[in-house]
Each structure stands twice: as structure tokens, then as C-alpha cells.
Design a protein around this ligand. Structure first.
Ligand code: CDM
Ligand code: ATP
Length: 282
């Protein structure tokens, strides 16, 4: 490719909409020597989205609007994704990034991981880096345990740290979803420390294929016990969802978002505290 064509390829304006995930079942099975834990879970993508805008070439800049992202902007996962690729592709043109943050943070919805994974994919496509899905998953795993899932971004049974992904057939399009985040920020590393890893009492990989109506009391999230104990309001949210007709309800990841699965277009009109963030995905 000539220099002129290669430069042209790197001139782009792009907006993508990173989505969130929920965990359906989650078991922490082993504490590892590297400080992480082995787990098994089923990841399911849902359409609550951020907006990620990237302009190239530019001066390397990051700005955000919407929900305030805690911490220093230099540590934002979007920039970390850029720097990670730049290490291996030193000629990667600098980009101007704007993130509009809509996915609640510290909610177990993987929003930061989604932003990072979408950034990797965008740079790979627009700057024609030629990375395969497997290579992108390797990069994503360096940015966070939830991050590789968003490269696949389809229902997956996950093991390892969360990066060993096996796509599964799980179509929940016949249901509506209610996501409630009461504003409690749960630290993921704190949540892992509350658990004693153990082998699960049932095979999640098989039980997830049962009808959703059979999941209650079968498919569980190990984090619910300690996180509900620390924040009893969360158990109340889950209970309200069942009272409102949810077919299944669970906390997502290490919390604190609670998700209810309802019959299609039959999400109950539950009155929530005005400070809660409530999302209906019909
Ligand atoms: C709880 C889940 O959301 C379930 O999908 C994920 O396991 C969390 O993934 P994540 O937020 O991407 O987590 P990371 O950013 O990789 O790690 C944050 C911290 O959580 C703990 N951590 C995370 C993932 C894992 N498999 N074992 C861990 O022990 C570690 O203390 C780590 O320092
Ligand atoms: N683009 C980003 N969006 C959100 N958080 C970010 C971002 N970049 C860095 N962070 C940092 O990551 C932390 C957690 O982000 P995230 O929203 O992925 O957590 P979470 O909802 O608990 O997800 P998980 O399911 O991965 O635990 C925040 O406290 C924030 O400081």
C-alpha cells in the first residue's frame, strides 16, 4: 500500500455504542496464584449503551460526558486500549476520543470493559491492523477480565478469569428485561475477597438450557450472598421484581445492578426510589 493510501485509511470519524452485559449464573471456583479467581458464568449482552466517538488523526485526547467516570481520565479504559495497541503498532495515528457514559459504573454491567473492547475493535478496523478475533481477545484480556466477552458480544459460557469463551445458543428475545441500579458502587476486588471458592453444585452449562421459568432456585450467583448481606436493599429489589411478575431475577456480576426477566412487554410498573437508575429493555 502506498503511503498516501495508508494515510487516507487512517482519516476517519466513527461513533460506536458499547453495550452492557449481564451474568446469568456465576460461580467462583478457585483462587489463583496470580491474585485472580477462576469462575464460570454465562454472559448475555443487553442494549444499555454508552456512545464512543473517535476522530483520527488528532492529538491524543480523551473527554467524557454523561455519568462521571471515577478516577483520572488518563486511566480511562478507552485510552488504555489505545496505548496497548500502540505498543505493538507504533505508527498507530493518535486519536481524539469522546465517551458519553450511560452504563452505570461499578454495577456489574461491564461498561468500562465494553468501552475498551469497542475501542480495540474500532482501531483494528479503521486503522486496518489485521488482528483476528483471537488476537483481539488476547489484547482485551490484558485490559480486564470482562473485556474479552465484548469482542465476541454474543451469549457465551465463560471460564478461566472470564476470558475463555464458548458461544452458546441462548435466545432471550422473547422476554423483556428490567435493570435496576440503586447507585451502590460495589468494588469487584472487595466482592471476590468475600467468597470462599468452591465447585458448583450443578452444571451451569447444562442448566442454562432449561426454560427461563425453571431457572429460579436453580441458577445462582455466588456474589449475591455477601453483597446482599452488605447491602440488604438489593435483596429487596430482587424480591420486588419477583412480586412484579419476573420469571427470573438475579444480581449481575459482583453487583450492584439487579436484573429481572419478564414475559415480553410485561414489565411490572414497580415504584422505585427516585434516585435509582432504571432501564427497560423491551
Ligand atoms: C465479576 C465479573 O464482572 C463477572 O463477569 C468479572 O469477573 C469482573 O471482571 P472485571 O471487572 O473486568 O475485573 P478486572 O478489572 O479484571 O479485575 C478487578 C479485580 O477483581 C478481581 N478479580 C477479577 C476477575 C477474576 N476472575 N478474579 C478476580 O479476583 C481481582 O481482585 C481484580 O484485581
Ligand atoms: N470507560 C470507563 N467506563 C467506566 N469505568 C471505567 C472506564 N474506564 C475506567 N473505568 C474504571 O473502571 C471501574 C469499573 O468499571 P465498570 O463500569 O466496568 O465496572 P462494573 O460495572 O462493576 O463492571 P464489572 O462487571 O466489570 O465489574 C470504575 O470505577 C472506573 O474507575
Amino acid at each position: 500500500m502506498s503511503v498516501a493510501v495508508s494515510l487516507l485509511c487512517n482519516v476517519f470519524y466513527m461513533i460506536v455504542f458499547p453495550n452492557c452485559k449481564i451474568n446469568l449464573g456465576l460461580h467462583v471456583t478457585n483462587r489463583r496464584a496470580d491474585g485472580f479467581h477462576d469462575l464460570e458464568t454465562v454472559f448475555y449482552p443487553l442494549s444499555v449503551n454508552d456512545a464512543l466517538e473517535v476522530i483520527s488523526p488528532g492529538t491524543l485526547q480523551f473527554g467524557s460526558s454523561g455519568i462521571a467516570v471515577p478516577g483520572n481520565a488518563h486511566d480511562n479504559l478507552c485510552l488504555k486500549a489505545f496505548h496497548l495497541l500502540q505498543k505493538d503498532f507504533p505508527t498507530l495515528p493518535r486519536v481524539n476520543i469522546h465517551l458519553h457514559k450511560h452504563i452505570p459504573i461499578g454495577a456489574g454491567l461491564g461498561g468500562g470493559s465494553a468501552d475498551a473492547a469497542f475501542m480495540l475493535q474500532l482501531l483494528n478496523n479503521k486503522s486496518q491492523l489485521g488482528l483476528s478475533e483471537a488476537q483481539l481477545i488476547d489484547y482485551a484480556a490484558q485490559l480486564g477480565s470482562d473485556c474479552p466477552f465484548f469482542i465476541a458480544n454474543k451469549p457465551c459460557y465463560a471460564t478461566g478469569r472470564g476470558e475463555v469463551l464458548e458461544p452458546i445458543t441462548l435466545d432471550l428475545s422473547g422476554y423483556s428485561f428490567l435493570l435496576v441500579h440503586p447507585g451502590i458502587h460495589v468494588s469487584t476486588s472487595w466482592a471476590f475477597k468475600q467468597l470462599t471458592p468452591q465447585l458448583p453444585a450443578y452444571a451451569l452449562r447444562e442448566k442454562i438450557q432449561l426454560p427461563v421459568a425453571a431457572w429460579k432456585g436453580v441458577i445462582s450467583n455466588d456474589f449475591e450472598e455477601p453483597v446482599f448481606q452488605a447491602h440488604p436493599v438489593l435483596a429487596g429489589i430482587k424480591e420486588k421484581m419477583y412480586m412484579g411478575g419476573a420469571v427470573y431475577a438475579t444480581m449481575s456480576g459482583s453487583g450492584s445492578a439487579v436484573v429481572g426477566i419478564f414475559p415480553k412487554n410485561k414489565i411490572a410498573d414497580i415504584l422505585w426510589d427516585a434516585s435509582y437508575r432504571v432501564f427497560k429493555i423491551r
